[in-house]
Design a binder for this molecule. Structure first.
Ligand code: GLU
Length: 463
């Protein structure tokens, strides 16, 4: 069997974390088996679907690198196909016209409710052997209903939740086409999964109620059933459904905040799936490991600290040129002066250990690209009769020392020894004069990065 999976978002908003995780699982499953991953945009809800949302979903998938092999297919472009199948089902007797008005349907539901039964369509227009149907009301356009089996159960082995069985008595004859002929949501999903030969439907468990209806229609069409896996929701740390209160829920907010896609992917992969104690792994590794046997039955909890930790990990691994392309535009906006300034990639190499996002990296790197403005208070505190002669000595030696971290470090130690000072007594004023701040990476690395001329010029202003 060739595995064919799909991600089928409704373009009614941004790509949220839950959707991205479902997409990731479907994608990885196809990749694991060398199968096909299909992207399908379920845009039939005309009131809620927008082109901006389609764009946001495509962007999100692209940023994550969840590439599709087929599609994107748009349901609105497949209307003729759905109508064709509706006509075939009417002809085959697996669907029928129903002329009950919405008011009549509501009234029959009410009657059943009053009788203590489950409210449902009562089958007034359902054809049966020997049954005479009511006279067709004038000027009324019918809906088309699916002839759901009256008895028996629908049962499937959900790859996440285990066997689920629903009695057919619980189910209505589903409307598959509206009075204007447009097909309904569940029907389009079924026809698409059938036509696209989907073998595994992996989706959020908010769809679990749709599955028995979809299975019955597939059976009526004589289609091979896919396997279904319903993944539990993602919750916030407080156990509530994930929402804006818990931080950004839109995938594309994360690049804007300075997250790398590999950190997001690694993070999402562990939300509701596990491989022993493994926490940090590449997508190649994930695709090799991923199966449907280790999906969790219980909801996963979103933990922003863990995502930040993973992001730090991947920033440390990331190529400095790549990080430069992410942080430089932010620094330019922030007024960074790159003329006669240290090499940005070298600065990134020095600073990336200590940041959780590339936005933090941009802020941290600014240390090297703005004119230092040490405050008077700090100057009084750190430039004193002890440090000043040592700094003068240091500046003098700076003119000839080999400009390289080890040599500078050795020279700094000689100056400390000669003036009987401890490292902070020199390092703090040097930090202040060179960057305007007291917190920087190790002072010898900072001095090396700035270059001889800048160091001498900045010191000359104060000593
Ligand atoms: N379009 C549905 C959604 O966005 C998904 C349907 C499915 O996966 O079957 O929730």
């Amino acid at each position: 069997m060739i595995v064919r999976t799909r991600f089928a978002p409704s373009p009614t908003g941004y790509l949220h974390l839950g959707g991205a995780r479902t997409a990731l699982f479907s994608w990885a499953y196809a990749r694991h088996f060398g199968g096909t991953f299909i992207l399908r945009i379920e845009d039939t809800d005309l009131e809620r679907s927008t082109p901006e949302a389609v764009e946001a979903i495509l962007q999100g998938m692209d940023w994550l690198g969840l590439s599709h092999d087929e599609g994107p297919f748009y349901q609105m472009q497949r209307m003729d196909r759905y109508r064709e199948v509706v006509a075939q089902m009417l002809a085959a007797g697996t669907a029928y016209y129903c002329y009950s008005s919405p008011e009549e349907v509501e009234a029959m539901r009410e009657r059943l409710r009053a009788a203590g039964e489950k409210p449902r369509y009562d089958g007034t227009w359902r054809p049966a052997a020997g049954k005479t149907l009511p006279a067709i009301p004038a000027h009324r356009k019918p809906v088309v209903r699916f002839k759901n089996p009256l008895d028996g159960d629908v049962s499937w082995d959900d790859v996440v939740k285990g066997t689920i069985t629903i009695s057919n008595r619980e189910m209505d004859d589903l409307v598959i086409a509206r009075p204007d002929g447009t097909p309904t949501y569940n029907f389009c999903v079924v026809i698409d999964d059938w036509d696209m030969q989907i073998t595994h439907v992996i989706r959020g468990d908010d769809h679990v109620n749709n599955t028995p209806r979809q299975i019955n229609i597939l059976k009526a069409l004589g289609a091979t059933l896919p396997l279904y896996g319903h993944v539990p929701m993602i919750l916030g740390a407080d156990g509530e459904k994930l929402s804006k209160r818990h931080g950004a829920v839109s995938v594309m907010d994360y690049p804007a905040q300075g997250y790398l896609p590999e950190a997001m992917l690694n993070y999402l992969a562990r939300l509701g799936w596990s491989h022993g104690d493994d926490e940090v792994f590449s997508m190649d590794q994930f695709c090799a490991w991923f199966d449907l046997d280790h999906l969790s039955k219980s909801p996963a909890q979103f933990n922003p600290e863990k995502l930040a930790w993973l992001n730090n990990h991947y920033i440390k691994l990331a190529d400095n040129a790549r990080l430069e392309s992410l942080v430089k535009p932010l620094m330019e906006k922030d007024g960074a002066d790159f003329v006669n300034a240290p090499d940005l990639q070298a600065v990134i190499g020095l600073m990336k250990e200590r940041v959780n996002t590339t936005n933090e990296l941009a802020v941290a790197a600014m240390l090297f690209y703005r004119t230092p403005e040490p405050t008077a208070d700090f100057l009084v505190q750190h430039l004193n009769e002890l440090s000043r002669p040592a700094l003068q000595d240091f500046a003098m030696r700076c003119q000839t020392v080999e400009w390289e971290k080890e040599a500078l470090s050795a020279m700094l130690k000689e100056v400390l020894a000669a003036h009987k000072l401890k490292m902070p007594q020199m390092a703090m004023p040097l930090r202040l004069l060179l960057t305007g701040q007291l917190h920087t990476p190790s002072i010898d690395a900072v001095i090396a990065l700035f270059g001889r001329e800048t160091v001498l010029a900045r010191m000359a202003k104060y000593i």
